[in-house]
Design a protein around this ligand. Structure first.
Ligand SMILES: Cc1cc2nc3c(=O)[nH]c(=O)nc-3n(C[C@H](O)[C@H](O)[C@H](O)COP(=O)(O)OP(=O)(O)OC[C@H]3O[C@@H](n4cnc5c(N)ncnc54)[C@H](O)[C@@H]3O)c2cc1C
Length: 228
C-alpha cells in the first residue's frame, strides 16, 4: 500500500492512512501455586494502585529491580512492614534508590529467597520461600504480596524496527514513532509511569498526532493534484 497501513485481521484486511498502536502490556507472572487464586485477594501487580488497601499491614514485594525497590519504598510509607523477597544476592535497582530504601526501619530484604507458593484460605496469609543456597523452606506471614518482576509489552504485531532493547515501542511524548503514520499510546510506549491517566493522555496525544499527520498528508496530496 502506497504510504498507507494494511492491518491483517483473522478474517479481514483493513486499510488505513495512519494507525495508533495501543496493545498494552502484561505484568509478568511468577506462575507458582496460589498466585492465580489469590490474585485480587491479597496478591497485586500494582503498588501504586493497591498499596492503600494494605495500610498498617505487613506486605511482601517480590523482585529486585528499580520498580520492586521503588514500590518497597512507597509501601514502607503506609505499611507496617515491607519484606522485599529477592532470589539473588545483589539487588539490581539503581544505587540511590537501593540506599534510601534499605535504610528504612520497617524494610527488610530477604536475599537468596525464591518464592515458591502462596497459602491462605479466602485471602493470602503466608508465602513459602526457599533459600537458594541451603534449600531450606520457610513460611512468612503476610497480608499482601506485590509482584514486581517486570512487564511484557504486547509486541507480537509490532514491526521490529519500532522496538527498544527492553521490548517497548520507542516514541516521543506525542506518540510519534519512526514509521511515518504509525503512532503508539498507553503501556506499549516506553515511559516513566504506567497508569490509566498516562495511557489516556497518550491516547489523546497520539490521536492528535495522527490527525495532524493526516491533515498534512491530505493537504499535500490536494496541493499536488491542484498543481498538476
Ligand atoms: C492488575 C493491574 C491493576 C492496575 N490497576 C490500576 C489502577 O488502579 N489505576 C491505574 O491508573 N492503573 C492501573 N493499572 C495500569 C493500567 O491498567 C494501565 O496503565 C492501562 O490500562 C494501560 O492502558 P492501555 O490501553 O495501554 O493497555 P490495556 O488496558 O492493557 O489495553 C490493551 C488492549 O489491547 C488488547 N490487545 C492486545 N493485543 C491485541 C491484538 N493483537 N489485537 C487486538 N487487541 C489486542 C488487549 O486485549 C487489551 O484490551 C493496573 C494494571 C494492572 C495489570
Amino acid at each position: 500500500m502506497k504510504s498507507g497501513k494494511l492491518l491483517q485481521h483473522k478474517s479481514n484486511q483493513y486499510e488505513a492512512k495512519a494507525v495508533i498502536l495501543a496493545l498494552g502490556s502484561e505484568r509478568k507472572k511468577l506462575e507458582i501455586p496460589g498466585e492465580k487464586g489469590f490474585s485480587g485477594r491479597g496478591v497485586s501487580y500494582c503498588a501504586t494502585c493497591d498499596g492503600n488497601f494494605f495500610r498498617n499491614r505487613h506486605v511482601a514485594v517480590i523482585g529486585g529491580g528499580s520498580t520492586a525497590v521503588g514500590d518497597t519504598a512507597a509501601l514502607s510509607e503506609i505499611c507496617r512492614h515491607v519484606s522485599l523477597v529477592y532470589h539473588g544476592a545483589h539487588l539490581s535497582a539503581i544505587c540511590s534508590l537501593r540506599k534510601q530504601t534499605l535504610e528504612r526501619q520497617n524494610v527488610s530484604v530477604l536475599y537468596h529467597q525464591e518464592i515458591c507458593r502462596m497459602l491462605g484460605t479466602d485471602e493470602v496469609e503466608r508465602i513459602r520461600v526457599k533459600d537458594s543456597e541451603t534449600g531450606a523452606e520457610n513460611d512468612i506471614r503476610v497480608d499482601g504480596v506485590f509482584i514486581d518482576i517486570g512487564m511484557n509489552p504486547s509486541t507480537k504485531l509490532i514491526p521490529k524496527e519500532l522496538l527498544l532493547p527492553d521490548g517497548y515501542v520507542g516514541a516521543d511524548r506525542n506518540g510519534t514513532t519512526k514509521i511515518p503514520g504509525a503512532f503508539v499510546a498507553g503501556d506499549l510506549r516506553k515511559k516513566q509511569l504506567y497508569q490509566i491517566m498516562t495511557a489516556m493522555s497518550d491516547g489523546a496525544n497520539a490521536a492528535y498526532s495522527a490527525q495532524l499527520y493526516l491533515e498534512e498528508n491530505l493537504l499535500s496530496s490536494i496541493t499536488t493534484n491542484y498543481e498538476q
